[in-house]
Design a protein around this ligand. Sequence first.
Ligand SMILES: Cc1ncc(COP(=O)(O)O)c(C=O)c1O
Length: 248
Amino acid sequence: MDSLRSIAAAHDVAIVEDAAHAVSAKYRGRWIGSNANPAAFSFYATKNLTTGEGGMLTGDPEFLDRVRVIALHGMSGDAWKRYSQQGSWFYEVVLPGFKYNMTDIQAGLGLAQLRKLERGQRRRRTIAEAYQEAFAKSDALEVPVERPDVEHAWHLYVLRLRGEALRIGRDRVIQELSQRNIGTSVHFIPIHLHPYYRDKYGYAPDAFPVAYDAFRRILSLPLHPRLTDQDVDDVINAVLDVVREFAR
Ligand SMILES: Cc1ncc(COP(=O)(O)O)c(C=O)c1O
């Protein structure tokens, strides 16, 4: 972020952070989202804090006031302001807006989730540390890195396989884990491989070699606060079993 900020300042451009996975993450001891520039968080069903769908925008208060108006038809007052005792029926449409607001019912879910967030994050961190310790020594596995100035949100735990140390590829590793009763996933499939973008722009798989290489090596292990210690052990044992059985 420091490098990005200095580039942005030098060229007088704005930074908008895609913080979809970053609720609870910190940079240099500060929460992601606590700076004046806009940061957008996702509260989709799979996220560390969920409202089913929806999200949160943080940033400068004046900017957020304007966003609230834009997100609700460009109206100067929402339903709370119009129908509560202190409210007024009067409102104005002050600009051409959108219907981009999250519902209050979802926000209620989010407030309950917020109370559990810190506990959940502690558990996620404990699980991630157990994985790091178990996998860091394996020749076949490259573990995620938490850089010194960063506190990871541990939304995902993404392992990278080292092809030179394994006789099987990522897809087969996923199958082998599934046979050992461990569900995994891949985050994410690069955009240029999806049919719409591939066909529209004529991309070959290796048009983006770094993304393509990463894609072929990654898999995400189970990571959520309700995993028991036994679950975590089961995951670790299954992963180590597969990489032992198929070591080169
Ligand atoms: C990096 C990134 N940006 C944006 C999104 C979209 O979030 P949402 O589903 O809340 O629109 C996601 C979803 O996971 C994401 O991973």
